[in-house]
Write a protein that binds this ligand. Structure first.
Ligand SMILES: Cc1cc2nc3c(=O)[nH]c(=O)nc-3n(C[C@H](O)[C@H](O)[C@H](O)COP(=O)(O)OP(=O)(O)OC[C@H]3O[C@@H](n4cnc5c(N)ncnc54)[C@H](O)[C@@H]3O)c2cc1C
Length: 488
């Protein structure tokens, strides 16, 4: 049995810990925050609960391998799954179009909106349906095995989307609503093939929301880890990895203590680890992504509002264009607003909670971070101005909401950086660009034989299933190393 010290108690760290325990090792997870879960979290503001994470969780369909992993991790299994009718809805010039869970319904609505885009619409729908069978994604064509024949057959159907971004895909449509739809959630630079993956999962009943959402899921994973005998240390910020003769020996913490172990698993953003926690450069393969301008890092700012209106004018996430004059201040040209009617406990009866989500890329993320560091008052002022502008935009879009909204909280890339230690407050990996496949970066670090990486940055675009998978893989790597060592 090896002692494994895991830095970071997010999904990757908890997954590494759970699988290490299942493989018969002794895992200790150290988390700098006072609670584990990392980005998989939420918090209360008065009578309201703010959810930070799950818009959709891949692996909620029991026929998939990912579901089995979530079950092993204690995250799913016997948990009610909310299957929304749509992942998001776009509103443009008074018309709406949704990414429906029902692929046929989506096809028919698209065709009704724009019969002249028929050939592009059918090509898109065909690619989604094909992918559902090809990659073991749930759906009517579900097939866990990828035969070489199917792999070859997939090439012509999917190659077109591999070459396109969401922006260039949207330009292939003539109707303005369809154009807006394809670039609405992720903007212009995201891989169109990745969008097909998203649709394939969601339309295959494989992208639901587990009951209780983010906090509840994190708590279940913590319970699973501790019930297997794992040790969780909170308020334990690792500040240094000590090493000698190519092996790490111990980790020192901000509180002055240090812990020794046989193996060390690192889960935080590598940009905050290499040259900082450990005096070694980032592995070349990983550094290539950080320096390649096609692989963009992003974060977001968000605002939560209580809403005293009991019946909302939309369901799920709604996206609409914002006026030209607000765009540069808000760092976006569209607004994503989300409601939580599916979670009855998140707001008092007859009321609702709404959250806006605005993705920001690296430069804007740094602006928030540096403003907070250099001028706290100006940072709070900026937050207040954004909050007021968002409130007005929502009220303009939905006049029936006028006077019913009150801001509960606002958080920015600076908040994410403070709480998770990620350099620019990223909560996922790189946005996957066109002409790129989500290849996996090795979890080994040259120069440190007993240190293993388990970070979502190893596979773009990250997210909960990737974090869980890299955690699992890290535990398996340790286990293999241990077996090798014993055989010697
Ligand atoms: C708004 C939002 C929406 C999202 N929506 C989805 C979604 O719908 N579906 C989906 O799949 N994913 C979603 N995600 C992404 C998902 O939350 C992340 O991919 C996942 O939580 C990453 O887990 P992780 O363990 O790799 O990293 P993190 O969650 O960042 O965890 C790292 C942990 O390490 C700790 N840490 C850092 N440095 C140290 C240190 N020096 N010492 C000790 N501890 C340290 C941090 O405090 C943190 O707890 C969303 C995220 C956000 C914020």
């Amino acid at each position: 049995m090896a002692k494994i010290l895991i830095i970071g108690g997010g999904v990757a760290g908890l997954s590494a810990g759970i699988y290490a325990q299942l493989l018969g090792h002794q895992a200790v997870v150290c988390e700098k925050h006072f609670v584990a879960g990392g980005n998989l979290c939420g918090w209360d503001r008065g009578e309201y609960h703010i959810d930070n994470c799950i818009h959709w969780l891949t692996g909620t369909n029991p026929v998939t391998k990912t579901y089995k992993m979530w079950e092993e991790l204690g995250a799913l299994g016997g948990i009610e799954i909310f299957e929304g009718e749509s992942l998001f809805t776009c509103e443009y010039e008074g018309k709406r179009l949704s990414l429906y869970s029902d692929l046929d319904k989506m096809k028919n609505e698209m065709l009704a909106v724009s019969p002249e885009d028929r050939s592009e619409i059918l090509s898109f729908i065909r690619a989604v349906a094909f992918l559902q069978g090809f990659c073991g994604i749930a759906g009517t064509n579900h097939n866990e095995k990828i035969s070489p024949f199917r792999a070859v057959a997939a090439i012509p159907c999917l190659a077109k989307y591999y070459r396109l971004t969401t922006g260039t895909l949207s330009e292939r449509f003539s109707h303005s609503l369809l154009r807006f739809f394809f670039r609405s959630f992720w903007g212009d630079d995201f891989s169109a093939l990745a969008l097909i993956f998203v649709c394939a999962h969601f339309c295959g009943a494989n992208g639901g929301i587990p009951e209780g959402s983010s906090c509840a899921m994190a708590e279940r994973m913590v319970d699973r880890f501790q019930s297997l005998g794992g040790e969780l240390l909170v308020r334990k910020e690792a500040v240094r990895i000590c090493h000698k003769d190519g092996k790490a020996t111990a980790v020192s913490f901000a509180d002055g203590s240090s812990v020794q172990a046989d193996y060390f698993i690192l889960t935080p953003d590598p940009a905050s680890v290499f040259g900082k926690l450990v005096d070694l450069p980032m592995p070349r393969q990983l550094e290539n992504f950080y320096t390649d301008s096609a692989f963009k890092r992003f974060s977001s700012y968000q605002c939560a509002f209580s809403c005293s209106l009991s019946e909302l004018p939309f369901r799920g996430d709604i996206i609409f264009k914002i006026p030209e004059e607000c765009r540069s201040f808000l760092c976006t040209d569209q607004l994503i607003v989300r409601e939580f009617a599916h979670e009855k406990s998140f707001s008092p009866e007859g009321k609702n909670i709404l959250q806006t989500l605005t993705f920001v890329f690296e430069e804007d993320a740094w602006n928030f971070i540096l403003l907070r560091e250099n001028d706290r008052e100006a940072y709070h002022q900026k937050k207040k101005e954004i909050e007021n502008m968002l409130l007005q935009l929502i009220e303009n879009q939905f006049p029936q909401m006028k006077g019913t909204l009150k801001c509960l909280d606002m958080w920015t890339p600076a908040t994410y950086r403070r709480f998770t230690g990620s350099e620019i407050g990223s909560f996922m990996s790189f946005a996957l660009p066109s002409k790129a496949l989500p290849l996996r970066v090795s979890n080994r670090i040259s120069g440190l034989s007993n240190v293993i990486l388990a970070t979502q940055w190893q596979q773009s675009p990250g997210g909960l299933p990737i974090a869980a998978e890299v955690g699992k893989k890290a535990a398996e790597t340790v286990d293999k190393e241990e077996h090798k060592r014993k055989r010697k």
